[in-house]
Ligand binder design. Structure first.
Ligand code: GAF
Length: 401
């Protein structure tokens, strides 16, 4: 039928499901998007605000429940590889690669008392890997959502996002904040999600771009040292927080501090590196908290300037950009009709997000590509994609095709 045709289009499917024969009608298809963060970087684990949005690109999960307790995972990104976990050996394995993400989710669900009897899950994604657009969060969240749907477990999307984050923190061992999983789970078409990461209160903010286009530019920088640098920033923030608390500031997180308090903090923080880290968090959090107002009022030019300020702060104060992302942002700033451009995600590689007037789009891409190639030595990739819906089931849509 058409669901099977859709599934077969993905290529690896027949090989994957052949060795677990079962009725085709048991197969269901789910989807979770990637995310772009518009502003508010490295504020989530500091208890502050972020403003991400779900993308139209993401990861489909084609799922067939099993009855023998076994888990089998495959992905278009790793052809001819099927990774298996049995209930007795559901633990992180270095050589399991991408499959550690869904396995981690199953492990968290089980900790919470949600026991499933195994499944074959095939992931088909169109998010560029390593581009900082949260392909791992999309895999985690789509797995959690699919399991909850298949078993009629009534778990809110907020809780599924927290489970997905726990899988990444405790099973995979990456110490990320909550932003990615939350936006992937709760995104709304044509909206950004203004999330306060401490209370998890959020609101959907309409994004009307009109003649302006959102361009994602992947630096294509090979992945290296991202996690250790990320953890280094987290521990610098923890050190700075306890110094400030000892000096009498009343705050549970760095993002509880406001720009008005900066002069006093400046006086207390002696270490120049910690001073810069805190300055980034405090001012970036302020921008992320206030930016939804600009979006709601259609003040895209000012929003763009704040994006640029965010990038400069991530470059000079937080030091998470590097020559690749700086070259992308700085060359974007030179183009007439580019309202703003900044790195998005954790940094140290990955992508930038830029707002560009439609009739300057070609010039934008040519200029940025030329500058980037001549400075860095290889080409970037451009993605023009709208703001999409969070995690959902596609089975009906696929059948209706
Ligand atoms: C990565 C992390 F996964 C997020 O939690 C967030 O900290 C981000 O880097 C930086 O804003 O995407």
């Amino acid at each position: 039928d058409s669901a099977m045709a859709f599934i077969e289009e993905t290529g690896v499917f027949p090989a994957f499901f052949q060795f677990s024969p079962g009725p085709a009608e048991d197969v269901r298809v789910f989807f979770a998007p990637g995310r772009v963060n518009l502003i508010g970087e490295h504020t989530d684990y500091n208890g502050g605000y972020v403003l991400p949005a779900a993308l139209q690109l993401g990861t489909s999960a084609i799922v067939r429940p099993r009855k023998d307790g076994q888990w089998r995972f495959a992905s278009t990104s790793f052809p001819d590889t099927v990774v298996e976990f049995s209930p007795e050996n559901l633990e992180y394995r270095e050589n399991a690669g991408f499959a550690n993400y869904p396995a981690g989710v199953i492990w968290v669900l089980r900790q919470e008392g949600y026991i499933a009897n195994g499944a074959d899950i095939f992931f088909a994604g169109n998010l560029p890997a390593g581009a900082g657009l949260s392909s791992s969060a999309s895999v985690e969240v789509v797995t959690a959502f699919a399991m909850a749907s298949l078993h009629h477990w009534s778990i809110s999307k907020e809780t599924l996002a927290l489970y997905a984050q726990r899988a990444e923190n405790q099973f995979v061992g990456v110490n990320c904040g909550i932003m990615d999983q939350f936006s992937v789970a709760l995104g709304m078409e044509q909206h950004a999600l203004s999330l306060h990461c401490q209370s998890l209160s959020y609101e959907q903010v309409p994004v009307e771009l009109g003649d302006v286009v959102m361009v994602l530019t992947n630096s294509n920088k090979p992945h290296s040292l991202v996690e250790s640098k990320y953890n280094e920033r987290r521990s610098e923030c923890e050190t700075a927080l306890s110094l400030l608390q000892d000096a009498g500031f009343s705050c549970s997180y760095l993002a509880d501090l406001t720009p008005e308090q900066w002069p006093q903090m400046d006086a207390v923080l002696v270490d120049p590196v910690l001073k810069r880290r805190v300055r980034h968090v405090v001012f970036e959090n302020h921008r992320a908290k206030e930016a939804p107002k600009l979006l709601r009022q259609g003040r895209l030019r000012e929003f763009g300037e704040w994006m640029n300020a965010s990038h400069r702060s991530l470059c000079k104060d937080y030091e998470v950009t590097g020559p690749e992302l700086d070259t992308l942002a700085e060359s974007a700033w030179q183009v007439e009709g580019c309202l703003g451009s900044r790195m998005t995600g954790g940094g140290f590689g990955g992508s930038t997000v830029s707002l560009v007037e439609r009739h300057h789009l070609d010039v934008f891409q040519e200029h940025v590509a030329r500058q980037y190639e001549s400075t860095i030595g290889y080409a970037p990739s451009f993605y023009i994609t709208g703001l999409g819906e969070g995690v959902r089931e596609l089975t009906g849509e696929v059948e209706g095709k």
